[in-house]
Design a protein. Structure first.
Length: 169
């Protein structure tokens, strides 16, 4: 047996050993959770949905069965490829801390499973309001027929330019 034959025999033996290890241990890699939102410790709006992105397409029923949120919240699931979104039926309670857990064992469409629990918490913030008002002394007037007849644009050097509107006291 020459050197080349010993090399081929050694590589073949290594491949057989590697194949035996894979067969004996099985698929221990599992499906990774690539991203989730809202992030751990964040303060999203109280109307925020919870989103989980997996490393591959999942069996929807299995992933939804392994999803939990505490305190319990009623809602529904939507899917877009490998992203599961949980949309609450009502706004979340501002200031309350919610803990989301995706338990190990959620199965992918290919039969692989998540290998470990993934958990995170977030606290929704109170709604923010924006109030717009006219300056003191200014009155909002509806556009009447006389105003509509005037053109909202004027022609200057062959180009149409919008007119500047001014508030009337």
């Amino acid at each position: 047996m020459d050197a080349f034959d010993r090399l081929v025999l050694g590589v073949s033996a290594a491949l057989v050993v590697a194949l035996g290890v894979v067969l004996a241990l099985g698929d221990n890699i599992g499906v990774p959770v690539l991203d989730y939102a809202p992030g751990d410790g964040q303060s999203p709006p109280s109307t925020a949905a919870v989103r989980v992105t997996f490393g591959e397409r999942m069996d929807a029923a299995s992933a939804e069965a392994h999803f939990a949120i505490a305190p319990p919240v009623a809602g529904g699931f939507r899917w877009a490829r490998n992203t599961m979104t949980f949309a609450p039926d009502a706004p979340l309670a501002p200031g309350a801390t919610y803990t989301v857990t995706l338990q190990a064992g959620a199965q992918s469409a290919a039969g692989r499973r998540t290998q470990e629990d993934v958990a995170w918490s977030f606290t929704p913030r109170a709604p923010r309001a924006l109030y717009l008002a006219l300056e003191e002394g200014h009155v909002a007037r509806p556009l009447g027929s006389a105003h509509r007849r005037r053109r909202a644009a004027r022609v200057v050097h062959g180009r149409v330019r919008p007119r500047q509107l001014r508030a009337q006291p």
